[in-house]
Design a protein around this ligand. Structure first.
Ligand code: TRP
Length: 332
């Protein structure tokens, strides 16, 4: 059975871009009996930016409740928090000694910040902490510790998996074959999900639709979707945000019928109202489950506790192998 592992940073509320781009495909993958999946909340990765006790605490529950409400089956998937697996941080320290500094200099997230600083005429490392700089090493530790074969990630994370593979290779070469070489699994192009302003849905554009927005908020957001100035009874092109979103939620038949009505000419107001109804029908059972879990956190705690125990067992086996390989003596 192949081991599949991925992490999500608790840095804010999940939106439809996260759902269709990462969460839904990962949940579908977990239904395949050839895979054992390990999905975790990367709370120590979030610490590079989320440095506020209440925020980190709340975001962590948000992510856990999100996975569960979107259909993750905790009997099948090991769901855990990175911070519940302290071996991660030991392995990260060990691996940092095998990672060339130059490799970190070339990592995208760090490089992007350096470029911003340089353009602004600041010192190149202005505002950059070591957590960000060593981020790929911590991620490598997550991956290698649980003996992962496949790592489903967005294209933006591809370089990190390549780094993980490189570092695993350096270790194996120096200390003998210890780690599997993990492979990234890039989600098929679901297309860029558009936000209410027609640009890519992204927190940084402020155009997102949160997965669990309540009915009133969802309606407001749908109404905010930018449309063109085609008159109500004129035919509409299908190259519009409303139709793009509709396609994600509707069955093939629903989508075909909607396309036909748009092309015949229904008003944008009517189109928005149809989109809202479809989305709301799809999302409301998930929203209910999310709200239930948020107000019954003891259920979530229990799931994360069990997941942590399972992950720690695997982690402990790996770390013993690693200690042994590098010559750290375990006193019995
Ligand atoms: N860096 C990933 C992100 O920003 C999150 C992450 C942390 C991760 N550790 C991981 C993803 C290990 C895959 C495997 O989305």
């Amino acid at each position: 059975m192949k081991k599949v592992l991925t992490g999500i940073k608790p840095t804010g509320i999940a939106h439809l871009g996260n759902y269709f781009g990462a969460i839904k495909p990962a949940i579908e993958l977990s239904k395949n009996s050839e895979y054992q999946c390990y999905y975790f909340i990367a709370d120590y990765h979030a610490l590079t930016t989320v440095q506020n006790k209440e925020e980190l605490y709340e975001y962590t529950y948000q992510i856990a409740c999100t996975w569960l409400a979107c259909g993750l089956d905790p009997e099948k998937v090991v769901l855990y928090k990175q911070s519940d697996v302290p071996q991660t941080f030991e392995l990260s320290t060990i691996l940092s000694n095998l990672t060339p500094k130059g490799l970190m200099n070339r990592a995208h997230a760090y490089k992007a910040k350096v470029e911003v600083n340089e353009e602004a005429g600041e010192d190149k490392d202005n505002g950059i902490n070591m957590g960000l700089y060593c981020y790929p090493i911590l991620m490598t530790a997550d991956i290698l510790l649980l003996d992962s074969d496949l790592v489903p990630v967005g294209i933006d994370q591809k370089q990190h998996i390549e780094i993980a593979r490189d570092v695993a290779g350096y270790f194996n070469k120096k200390f003998g074959n210890t780690f599997k070489l993990p492979q990234e699994l890039i989600a098929e192009n679901v297309g860029v999900l558009v936000g209410v302003d027609g640009r890519k849905m992204s927190k940084s554009y402020g155009n997102t639709i949160p997965i669990f927005a309540d009915e009133g908020k969802l309606k407001k957001l749908v109404n905010r979707i930018v449309t063109d100035s085609t008159a109500p009874d004129e035919p509409k092109t299908l190259d519009n945000t409303i139709f793009k979103l509709y396609k994600l939620f509707g069955t093939k038949q629903q989508t075909d019928e909607f396309a036909e009505r748009l092309q015949k000419g229904i008003s944008w107001g009517e189109a928005k109202s149809e989109l809202f109804t479809l989305m709301n029908n799809y999302l409301s059972p998930m929203r209910e489950k999310y709200n239930y879990l948020q107000s019954h956190r003891e259920i979530v705690d229990e799931i994360l506790k069990k997941g942590g125990e399972k992950a720690r067992q695997i982690a402990q086996n790996t770390i013993l192998k690693v200690r042994n390989a590098i010559g750290v003596v375990d006193i019995k």
